[in-house]
Design a protein around this ligand. Structure first.
Ligand code: SF4
Length: 401
């Protein structure tokens, strides 16, 4: 596995696979083809089907400037990965070079058939069972495990990640008006903060605040603001919401929260390297399900559960996200995505509590449920994997006819 710094990427929304990935591919072209004058980009699969709503075309055109560009949406050709783009790079001497690129999720990219992204592998452990074994042998907790593998520098990076997460929430809470795009959906995060229900029970208030924080980050993402992939842009509100709420409730220090991010990062990494973080590849269970799992682990760590309790929380959160389809209406990361962030934040805490009350590891291991999620994603009909052609996307299209 690679560093968790490549899990928590900082960039503009609304989609880690559909905007941050293409942004990085275009930057690569500009850096590695200095004689290029024009790029013809063909988008396949989910890129073609939801690229307009996600802003993929705009990101490519803007990032390639001053090079000129043309974008072709190919809805029919079959490709190995649903987020594939072909870049025909025209040089000033008239020659053309072709770069095949894939954006597998979370802002990672793979070029010309690479099996994995070029960043170095720094974790020899392949899954959570191996991590648990190493921790047991050395008497490490998960934070010490991350420190041993990545060095102290990773905590400096996580410090920046934490600030960016809190900034995305703060901006979202201060902003109102309509989100961009044809759906005309209003922002709601700010309303939750001043809701008339604010004097209700403690549980009700917890829900209201967690919803406000998750919506704030997800609305910022939908508006194209700077967010952290946690583990994707579409699911960026879940973990920050849980961190912000419980930092305040349990009076945790900044250092505690940075350590919590390391724990959540290890859970996300296990999913990334053993399954998928891409809605186009495995449905929303790979995005919101993964975010829920990471946030549940974060909650469990803040409640001082041991490694088995953390595993149990992450497992329960993913187990009860299985089958979640990706069906963004109009191709925008708005419906159902924004509400899904809020609901997943609350589910993450419920999963953490279940682990806490049960006080035992689940009989299903985290590694098992990750494999199940991946298999379930592969079994899903294509319409439910970020094509804008199934589920709510299809239903709302019909009702508008
Ligand atoms: S439905 Fe889920 S996976 Fe699909 S775009 Fe929205 S948040 Fe991402």
């Amino acid at each position: 596995m690679k560093s968790i710094r490549y899990l928590f990427r900082i960039g503009n929304g609304p989609s880690s696979s559909h905007t941050i990935g293409p942004y990085r591919i275009c930057r690569y072209i500009k850096a590695h083809y200095p004689k290029a004058i024009h790029v013809c980009v063909t988008l396949y699969g989910s890129f073609a089907l939801t690229g307009r709503g996600h802003g993929t075309d705009k990101t490519i055109t803007e990032t390639l400037k001053p090079l000129t560009s043309k974008i072709i949406f190919d809805y029919k050709s079959k490709v190995d990965h649903p987020n594939t783009m072909k870049c025909d790079i025209h040089m000033e001497d008239g020659s053309v070079e072709t770069l095949m690129a894939v954006s597998p999720g979370g802002g990672s990219i793979r070029l010309n058939g690479e099996k994995s992204a070029p960043e170095p592998e720094i974790y020899p452990e392949k899954n959570f069972s191996e991590i648990k074994e190493v921790c047991k042998q050395n008497n490490w907790d998960l934070v010490e495990f991350v420190r041993q593998r990545e060095g102290d520098e990773i905590f400096d990076y996580l410090d920046t990640v934490y600030d960016t997460m809190m900034e995305e929430i703060d901006r979202g809470l201060m902003t109102s008006g309509l989100l961009p795009g044809k759906l005309h959906v209003p922002r709601r995060a700010k309303d939750f903060l001043v809701s008339k229900y604010s004097d209700e029970s403690e549980t009700g208030n917890s829900f209201r605040l967690m919803l406000a924080y998750a919506f704030a980050a997800a609305e910022e993402n939908a508006a194209g603001g700077v967010v952290v992939t946690a583990p994707t842009c579409g699911s960026c509100g879940v973990l920050p919401s849980v961190l912000k709420f419980y930092k305040s409730k349990y009076k945790k220090s900044r250092k505690d929260v940075i350590n919590t991010l390391a724990v959540a990062g290890i859970i996300g990494n296990c999913i990334k390297y053993n399954a998928s973080l891409s809605g186009a590849e495995a449905g929303c269970q790979a995005e919101i399900g993964s975010a829920c799992s990471m946030a549940a682990a974060a909650y469990a760590y803040m409640k001082q559960l041991d490694i088995h309790g953390i595993e149990c929380a992450a497992e329960v959160a993913m187990e009860h996200s299985l089958g979640l389809t990706c069906d963004p209406v109009g191709g925008y990361v708005i419906i159902p995505c924004i509400e899904r962030n809020g609901m997943a934040a609350i589910r993450a805490v419920a999963a953490g509590r279940l682990a806490e009350y049960a006080n035992v590891s689940s009989s299903v291991s985290f590694d098992d449920v990750v494999q199940t999620m991946y298999r379930t994603g592969k079994d899903m009909k294509k319409a439910y994997r970020e094509t804008g052609k199934g589920g709510l996307a299809e239903e709302l299209k019909k009702s508008k006819k």
